[in-house]
Design a protein around this ligand. Structure first.
Ligand code: AMP
Ligand code: GLY
Length: 422
């Protein structure tokens, strides 16, 4: 098969690595890809927003399957555009609403009695009702821009007055059009876990390894939010009993709900869950894989991923199984000093060739004057398998030290908070 992977981050690097191992693969292309992806694919200089360019490449390169990494092209209708041409992994616009509109997602969960935080949705005209609703909740107040806001549209505020001000700013365009509607919801207290399924639009699905990501820049989850500083899989508290609840209360009703609404959802569903005293609740849906969860998840999949992706896109996953390694994966992100604030770009990266026994995925790199240089805040990830969290993490930490660029930064405590559940 000829496969085209859309995207250019660490998630797509991990997908490219895994897809490239499939005996079904003839040739892998990536649009636009990155220098790490170039080890497994031919990069095409086409932006993810250039639907005409992508469509032309599908025709020209005789692409049999397109795998869409990021959410924005899905929300904007890339799968609708391509599905007459070829097989696509990734939902059409209707299914992508699960991530594209928080209000849509909440109403969907309400219809199918899927456990989630109590909520209401408001706009500028209903500001006074929003304030009254907040009075019925206790602090902290959770305010979510309805539309996609590059992972930044959620505000959690302890002080009631400040929350009201924040709300006014959101209606005033703090997140552009994304916050003209705001979901206000009850704060849930617990520990988070990311669960992923790949589904075929006809009720067939496989559950991928679950993972936990680490969003804060500092150790012990302190400091500013980032795009993710590391991940581990499996997640010890997501044991058989918990995962059975996830399947019965969340995954199955979601898949059945999509079918009953005639949403032909072929692709990944990412359930952002929170464990509240042993019971799972949905914090959010995403219509793609997580980053940097994918870097850990791919290491633990022993099946041919491309075969499963093909079955999903064909509507043919029913009865198929996924083989998952019992080992633990730990991913540590190597970031540029200063991130998530200001940081330098174009710093020369050396030492990747010395890494052995761990897998390096590129997230923000580029080639400049024949040299590999940094091109983002999160630059590379180092992912390792081990018999437990400690051994996988130690491996990633010892290998990541072999990679050098000015002011490189990483967290040393990825997964450590989970040791108490082991
Ligand atoms: P979201 O973009 O919906 O994933 O929200 C970003 C982050 O805010 C989540 O990963 C949670 O850590 C936190 N969060 C969102 N909603 C809630 C909630 N209802 N209760 C507690 N934390 C939340
Ligand atoms: N790691 C969380 C996300 O990809 O949204």
């Amino acid at each position: 098969m000829n496969v085209l992977l859309i995207g250019s981050g660490g998630r797509e690097s991990a997908l490219a690595w895994k897809i490239s191992q499939s005996p079904l693969l003839e040739k892998l292309y990536a649009a636009p890809g990155n220098p790490g992806i170039a080890n497994f694919a031919e990069n095409l200089n086409i932006k993810v927003s250039d639907f005409d360019g992508i469509s032309a490449a599908v025709k020209e390169k005789k692409i049999d399957l397109v795998v869409v990494g990021p959410e924005i092209p899905l929300i904007d209708g890339l799968a609708d555009r391509l599905s007459a041409q070829t097989l696509v992994v990734g939902p059409k616009k209707d299914g992508a609403q699960l991530e594209g509109s928080k209000d849509f997602a909440k109403r969907f969960m309400e219809r199918y009695k899927i456990p989630t935080a109590k909520y209401k949705t408001f706009n500028k005209e209903t500001y006074n009702d929003a304030v009254e609703f907040m009075k019925t909740l206790s602090a902290p107040y959770v305010l979510k821009a309805d539309g996609p806001a590059a992972g930044k549209g959620v505000i959690i505020e302890n002080d009631f007055k400040t929350a009201c001000q924040e709300l006014q700013e959101m209606f005033g365009g703090k997140f552009g059009a994304a916050s003209s509607e705001v979901v206000i919801e009850e704060f849930l207290s617990g520990i988070e876990v990311s669960v992923f399924v790949l589904t075929d639009g006809k009720g067939g699905y496989v559950t991928l390894p679950e993972a936990k990501d680490y969003k804060r820049i500092g150790e012990n989850d302190e400091g500013l939010n980032t795009g993710g500083m590391g991940s581990v899989s499996p997640v010890p508290f997501a044991n058989q009993e918990f995962m059975a609840k996830v399947q019965e209360r969340i995954v199955k009703p979601t898949i059945e709900g999509l079918i009953s609404e005639k949403i032909d959802y072929k692709g990944f569903i990412f359930f952002g869950l929170i464990n509240v005293k042993g019971d799972p609740y949905v914090i959010e849906y995403n219509v793609r894989m997580g980053d940097p969860e994918t870097e850990s998840v791919m290491l633990r999949i022993d099946s041919d991923l491309l075969e499963l992706l093909k079955y999903a896109a064909e509507g043919n996953l029913k009865g198929k199984e996924i083989k998952i390694s019992s080992q633990t994966a730990a991913t540590v992100v190597l970031a540029s000093g200063g991130y998530p604030g200001d940081y330098k770009k174009g710093l020369e990266i050396t030492g990747i060739e010395n890494v052995s026994g761990s897998t390096v995925f590129h997230a923000g790199t580029k080639i400049k004057d024949g040299k590999l240089v940094t091109d983002g805040g999160r630059v590379l990830t180092v992912s390792s398998l081990g018999n437990d969290i400690n051994s996988a993490l130690e491996k990633s930490l010892s290998e990541i030290k072999k990679i050098n660029f000015e002011n490189a930064y990483f967290r040393r405590d990825i997964g450590k908070d989970l040791l108490k559940y082991v």
